[in-house]
Design a protein around this ligand. Structure first.
Ligand code: ZN
Length: 499
């Protein structure tokens, strides 16, 4: 095994029967995919992983209503997710399932370790069950009050334990019974040093602020056992299953170890803002205290929610948006518009068209066309050497790398846009179009090639339209000297505007 660290970029697992839409792509899967491609571009040893979460209460409910076996159900959702990711060019190094045998082994090992350390103990806790539909009701599925707000939207207040007026969120019944039975609890408070250390290392201020607030009053025990559940059986219980979040988090380690090449990992997690607690409190605890991977590190990048009410319906469904637009146009727009913060956001059709037409086609596309036309006009047949410094690159590349070190994808794209603008200024100032020299044409090819490299992680397919350099692989950054002498093809593309 290699003792070097491997970067493991992860995207939170879709769980059956969650329907993926553009909101999930924008907040999680696309930033993860783009970030991973940038890591590869920079020569970092990186993999991109995720998995279908096949367990849980909702998967069990879905199975009870489906006319198929659990394997068929899992496989059909699994295939569907894979298909939707590929429609947007999201390419995982590994995409697994949470019922994998090797994952179960890791889960059992870590559970035994935690139990031996006295960190998992059994005690009585309350269970809630709906007498009408028979479902077990975890907190999110018990309502204390359900009423309509003025907007016509359902206003939900979840119960606190004292409230006797509970309602089942599945069927609406008020026949909710409460009973006490033994459950298995993880003592999170005892792992506080490992959790605290991980919080201190977070580079994202919003994430670390939220995590500090979450641990400031001490950590409650975490109930990891579930009754009447679709999941992995607990090794030290005859009938109870393991809560799916435990398995999903250990799932990151399982996916990282699939190739069995490395033992130390730098996890880079892309998630929605609602699951920061699991990734920033529970996961470092499981990784360090349970799985005992003390040299592995965790960084979290979280994003807000897409406001579905404000977003045009044409931009939400994956099938319909990808049948209407080139997937790299969609990737560009989502990367350009999704904030690198916990703030919510929305997309609209007019802004989509304007961004594609004015920024993607006019700024980026026209820059590439301009470079190619100058090279053609001067009959440049191969990449020329130059003594001139690529000043836009010297200025903007450190800013791009700095944004990436904080996992800020939109910020990186905005710096790339500034790089393109700065290149345009250089072409004007040096009058490369009107009075070219051999050295300035060499510089022009460097400005051009670097722009191709920078846009590749965001639009890997469309950028090839302008890659007129034979033998140039755009997925891995090369110095200009290394590109000198590569032959140029005679071709010219255009990115078509949209209505
Ligand atoms: Zn019910």
């Amino acid at each position: 095994m290699n003792t070097n660290k491997q970067t493991v970029v992860t995207a939170a697992f879709p769980f059956i029967p969650a329907e993926l839409c553009i909101a999930h792509i924008a907040s999680t899967y696309l930033p993860a995919d783009i970030f991973h491609r940038f890591e590869c571009l920079r020569g970092v040893n990186s993999i991109l992983v995720s998995a279908t979460d096949v367990h849980g209460l909702l998967a069990k409910k879905e199975l009870s209503q489906a006319q198929m076996s659990s394997q068929e159900l899992m496989q059909s959702w699994h295939r569907r997710y894979i298909n939707e990711f590929s429609m947007l060019g999201i390419e995982f190094s590994h995409y697994g399932r949470t019922d994998a045998k090797a994952l179960k082994e890791l889960v059992y090992q870590s559970l035994h370790t935690l139990k031996e350390k006295g960190l998992i103990t059994q005690r009585e806790a309350f269970d809630y069950m709906c007498s009408d539909c028979g479902e077990m009701l975890p907190r999110r599925y018990r309502l204390a009050v359900k009423e309509m707000a003025a907007t016509g939207k359902e206003k939900i207040a979840y119960d606190d334990l004292d409230n006797d007026n509970l309602q089942c969120r599945f069927c609406g019944s008020r026949n909710v019974t409460k009973s006490s039975k033994p459950h298995w609890f993880l003592d999170l408070q005892k792992g506080l040093p490992a959790i605290q250390e991980n919080i201190d290392k977070q580079k994202n201020n919003q994430v670390s602020t939220q995590l500090k607030a979450a641990i400031s009053d001490g950590l409650a025990d975490w109930n990891i056992s579930r009754d009447n559940y679709m999941g992995t059986k607990l090794p030290f219980s005859d009938e109870q299953s393991l809560y799916l979040w435990y398995e999903s988090l250990i799932g990151y380690l399982y996916l990282a170890e699939c190739e069995n090449k490395y033992s130390n990992f730098e996890f880079k997690h892309f998630i929605g803002k609602n699951i920061i607690y699991y990734h920033g409190v529970v996961w470092p605890y499981l990784l360090h205290c349970g799985a005992e991977r003390n040299d592995s590190e965790i960084q979290i990048s979280a994003r807000g929610f897409l406001d579905m009410e404000k977003t045009d319906s044409t931009l939400i469904d994956i099938q319909s948006i990808t049948s209407n637009y080139d997937r790299d146009y969609i990737r560009f727009y989502l990367a350009y518009r999704t904030p690198d913060s916990l703030s919510d956001y929305y997309f609209n059709q007019e802004d989509f068209s304007n961004t594609i037409n004015q920024i993607f086609c006019n700024q980026f596309g026209s820059f590439f066309r301009r470079c190619i036309s100058i090279l053609k006009k001067n009959q440049v047949e191969q990449v020329l050497p130059t003594e001139l410094t690529n000043t836009p690159w010297e200025t903007h590349w450190p800013l791009i790398e700095n944004a990436l070190s904080q996992m800020l994808v939109r910020s990186a794209l905005l710096h790339i846009q500034s790089y393109i603008k700065a290149c345009g200024t250089v072409i004007e100032d040096m009058s490369i179009y009107r009075t070219p020299t051999k050295a300035s044409l060499g510089l022009l090819s460097d400005l051009f090639i670097k722009a191709l490299f920078l846009l590749t992680p965001i639009c890997p397919t469309r950028v090839q339209d302008f890659n007129i350099i034979n033998g140039l692989d755009l997925s891995r950054l090369r110095s200009h000297e290394d590109c000198v002498g590569l032959p140029l093809r005679n071709s010219m593309a255009r990115w078509e505007k949209i209505d």
